[in-house]
Ligand binder design. Structure first.
Ligand code: SF4
Length: 373
């Protein structure tokens, strides 16, 4: 329980326990459990999260059907979302504090998953109140197709709501082939809305993927999902994100992802460098120390004072991605766009994919928005 310096007699409400998300978390009921993972059902108060970028000039909505993510990617910057579930105040890990231990909530992010059991009902209500021109991103701080989705179907229930809508702009990002299950609904949605699906695939090296993304499906299964989505006429491409210094950022590695993306008919390829948020530092740098100790000093240097990669590195990665897109005839996906913008409709994306325009200015990802996990 957080320490407070108030008088209980004057502020009795403060003694009623945690509030906000922490209270909802405390009220969540045990729903299921998997290998080292506990699932808790929670009644969320709202579903659509409002995101505004004054710098980029956009307004968007994000939806996360779950809190926490079983996939447990070492670089995941969404771990901070579990801070709010705990009543204890948590000190932020400052840039450069790479020796800080992993906080309990950072590990809980992958071990204690909250299921928003009333998500579809909330979505139905909240869609009535938003501007349909604004984008909606599904799966930004959690994977909407993590394994528990197979059993509880919350994401599918959301797609059923979207399938009754029209003229919305919806982007989905996932690492899971489970999305193939919902191709029937995704087709319905794409007929009356603007839908873009992103499969995040950081490497074609299954061993490296297993280390980086321990519980996510193997890369070839994710490429297979892109193929199935494309065969169903859905705009679907590959995000090679994050690009990690010394691990998956070489020309060979990026070209290998691009080659496979082209082979499965991906609508586009995009990617952005690692965003090493303070909540992710202990987990990621601990992982580097354990598995790639020869890279540790360089990571410490690169992220000593910043959470973002420097501008020179961002430019280098943008050039590599652009070269890969050209070589394998893939449409580019700028990472400063939101989930549905600039990818076009399925036919537009296909046109982009099959008719390469002349050289275009490289769009370098600025500091990454918080809409991609
Ligand atoms: S990066 Fe995405 S898939 Fe991986 S743990 Fe985070 S939310 Fe889940």
């Amino acid at each position: 329980m957080a320490k407070t310096n108030h008088s209980p007699a004057l502020f009795p409400i403060l003694d009623q326990g945690p509030s906000g998300m922490a209270r909802l978390a405390a009220e969540a009921t045990h729903a299921d459990e998997g290998h080292l993972i506990e699932f808790k059902a929670m009644r969320a108060r709202s579903l659509l999260n409002h995101s505004v970028s004054k710098r980029m000039g956009w307004v968007a909505w994000s939806i996360n059907p779950y809190r926490g993510c079983e996939f447990a990617c070492k670089y995941c910057y969404a771990r901070y979302t579990h801070e709010f579930l705990r009543p204890e105040p948590v000190a932020a890990v400052p840039p450069g504090a790479y020796d800080a231990p992993q906080q309990s909530w950072a590990l809980a992010f992958e071990r204690e998953i909250y299921l928003k059991e009333n998500a579809a009902w909330l979505l139905e209500q909240e869609l009535r109140r938003i501007d349909p021109a604004q984008e909606i991103a599904l799966g930004t701080a959690t994977d909407p197709y993590q394994p528990i989705e197979r059993r509880v179907g919350i994401t599918r229930s959301l797609l059923e709501v979207f399938a009754r809508q029209e003229n919305l702009r919806l982007g989905i990002v996932t690492k899971s082939r489970l999305i193939e299950r919902d191709i029937d609904l995704l087709r319905q949605i794409s007929h009356r809305n603007h839908l873009v699906v992103h499969l995040t695939i950081t490497t074609t090296n299954a061993s490296l993927a297993r280390l980086l993304e321990p519980r996510a499906p193997r890369p070839e299964l994710r490429f297979g999902a892109v193929r199935k989505l494309r065969e169903a006429g859905i705009t679907a491409g590959v995000l090679c994100s994050p690009l990690l210094y010394g691990l998956n950022d070489s020309v060979d590695s990026i070209f290998s992802v691009a080659r496979e993306a082209a082979a499965v008919g991906a609508s586009f390829l995009g990617g952005h460098p690692l965003f090493l948020k303070s909540c992710s530092r202990p987990t990621y740098l601990g992982f580097i120390r354990e598995h790639f100790p020869h890279l540790l000093a360089e990571y410490e240097r690169r992220f000593r004072t910043e959470d973002f990669a420097d501008s020179q590195y961002r430019r280098e990665m943008a050039v590599r991605l652009r070269s890969a897109c050209r070589k394998f005839n893939l449409a580019e996906r700028s990472t400063d766009a939101l989930l549905s913008r600039d990818a076009g409709s399925a036919s537009a994306a296909e046109a982009m994919r099959t008719s390469r325009p002349g050289p275009q200015p490289v769009r370098v990802a600025p500091q990454q928005t918080s809409l991609f996990a």
